[in-house]
Design a protein around this ligand. Structure first.
Ligand SMILES: C[S@@+](CC[C@H](N)C(=O)[O-])C[C@H]1O[C@@H](n2cnc3c(N)ncnc32)[C@H](O)[C@@H]1O
Length: 230
């Protein structure tokens, strides 16, 4: 296991991801598009993408407007992605993005649906399940179920990519809380990262990678869990 703060070689650069986001999100509500363009500067997607192998099937839980799957399509070969989210406008923006990517002549094997994580998840098993900045939006009473549901949706040997905003130090955590009060009109509930690790362990997942990073005034916790073979 890699210890917090340690580095993996980035295979992609944030600047290139910012270009991709601007190229892919050209249709739909102006604010939603701008949020996708700006999100690259908040969320360290370049730290997540290298963990996804070419040819992977990916289930993106709480996918928003599909940014992570869009970036994978632009950077990793032959990725097939399914994303779901509670927000209808986000899903509509994701579907517009797919249409546009296909118009550009790029392969986009992506599907999106409106669904709450508390409902039945899409059937099948995936090489990767990603849960990126979603957990702090999930009601606390339901948070402990998320790693188990992710484990069920993984193939043996598959990876859970878990990224969320850190609940400490105080200042970055408070800045993110303010961000969500303004942008999502929601009082969020952080799931402590130790608790997430324990829920994942209880669901039979092995922790294989840990990293903490800062971006602007935000602090991020990344964990990668693997479902054992057999
Ligand atoms: C900060 S956004 C992150 C979106 C996306 N994962 C990304 O990294 O760009 C959080 C998303 O979680 C979604 N969300 C919150 N609670 C959810 C739930 N119970 N089930 C599914 N999606 C949820 C929100 O609608 C929102 O799109």
């Amino acid at each position: 296991m890699t210890s917090p703060g340690s580095k993996i070689p980035p295979a992609v650069r944030a600047e290139d991801l910012a270009l991709l986001a601007r190229r892919f999100y050209v249709d739909g509500p102006w604010l939603m598009r701008k949020m996708m363009h700006f999100r690259i500067h908040i969320c360290p997607f370049e730290r997540l993408i290298p963990h996804v192998k070419p040819g992977s099937s990916v289930l993106d839980v709480g996918c928003g407007a599909g940014l992570f799957l869009a970036l994978l399509t632009g950077t990793v070969q032959h990725v097939a992605g399914t994303g779901f989210d509670t927000s209808e406008p986000a899903i509509q923006t994701a579907l517009r993005m797919v249409e546009h990517v296909r118009k550009l002549g790029l392969p986009a094997e992506l599907g999106f649906l409106r669904l709450d994580a508390a409902e039945q998840w899409p059937s099948g098993q995936f090489d990767v399940v990603s849960v990126i900045d979603v957990m702090h939006h999930v009601p606390p009473a339901y948070q402990d179920r998320v790693p188990g549901l992710a484990a069920r949706s993984l193939k043996p040997g598959g990876l859970l990519l878990y990224k969320d905003m850190a609940d400490q130090p105080f200042l970055p955590a408070a800045m993110n809380r303010l961000h969500d009060l303004v942008c999502a009109q929601q009082w969020i509930h952080y799931a402590p990262i130790d608790a997430v690790e324990e829920w994942a362990r209880q669901s039979g997942l092995e922790l294989t990678y840990s990293e903490a990073t800062s971006r602007l005034w935000y602090r991020h916790e990344l964990r990668i869990f693997r479902k054992p073979e057999g």
